[in-house]
Design a binder for this molecule. Sequence first.
Ligand code: NDP
Length: 337
Amino acid sequence: MTDMMQAWRLRSRPDGDIADGDLELVTEPIPSLSDGQVLVEVNYVSLDPTNRIWMSDMDQYMPPVALGDIMRAGIAGTVLESKHAKYTPGMTVGGLGGWATHFVADAATIQPIPDVPGISLAKIFGSLGGTALTAYFGLLDICDPQPGETLVVSAAAGAVGSVVGQIGKIKGSRVIGIAGGPDKCAYVVDELGFDACIDYKNEDVGSRLDALCPDGIDINFENVGGDIMEAVMSRMNDFSRMPLCGMISTYNDSEDQPGPKSWPLILMRRIKVQGFIVSDYARDFGKASMQIAQWAAEGKIKTREDIRPGIENAVTTVKDLYTGGNFGKLLLEVKAP
Ligand code: NDP
């Protein structure tokens, strides 16, 4: 077994887009284990929009990654060595780790990932994992969608948005997606069963929403922020709901953005706007995961992964999230399971 690992360490906080030199790939000794710790060989790193938030020191929901630390990420991997009774070598586990080939985790920060015959680890950990749970809780807990309601979801071909729309269809909503480019829009409608999809890169979002939502919008599952959010919010109905899941269009901004112009409409139309973080629902993950797995097995939820090889490609790959260069749940395959 090797005693060296590779890891990306945060050297400076990005100003705008992530720049060369903000992170450094280092080769260093694997730390030795203390009691209660587990050494994990990383199979997959989950690359997520929030990685850019964690690199910054903006006011956020977790401490930012400290300068000099290994870049934080969700990981799935294989136990190589354990000083905790619950874990034995060879087990597959997931949890918070980092952009690295190996990770020493406190046992309390990881969980076993069950082996499900016929379903890849990339799917269980990736597209049916945290992002599907985000869709599940943001839509069902905050919005309680009713049959016949109109649901709009942005970043609709992405990991969260694609599942939001499909759960919306299961609940009987009319689902309109917003995504970048004809291929993603075709996927959302033809493969996932959304009622329509607006290609925000080639169409005027406002006039397309007017045509597609003549009775207004009951639920806006917000993933993007900025102009797209403004266009949707200004068409929301009285007593509509808006889970604020993410604002990816702003994550690389170096200046604070002004608040939404539609802010007064929250009052006038009595819109429920609620930010949430999926980990708020951690104690209910088990039940929700069972439901998501059942829908997937029944073919009611389809997901895709976008798997890129090589720890050395972490920085170039994560940037794709902010340009739409990914198509599906973005994962870095560090070592094939
Ligand atoms: P995706 O798989 O959706 O990938 C990100 C997508 O965002 C891109 O593919 C791109 O799609 C779209 N995008 C990027 N920049 C812009 C832009 N300027 N304008 C419009 N669309 C843009 O990622 P996730 O599903 O993981 O994340 C989606 C959102 O959900 C993010 O905002 C993220 O922060 C949030 N999130 C929140 C969680 C929570 O607990 N609250 C948990 C997980 C995610 P396209 O090609 O269509 O432009």
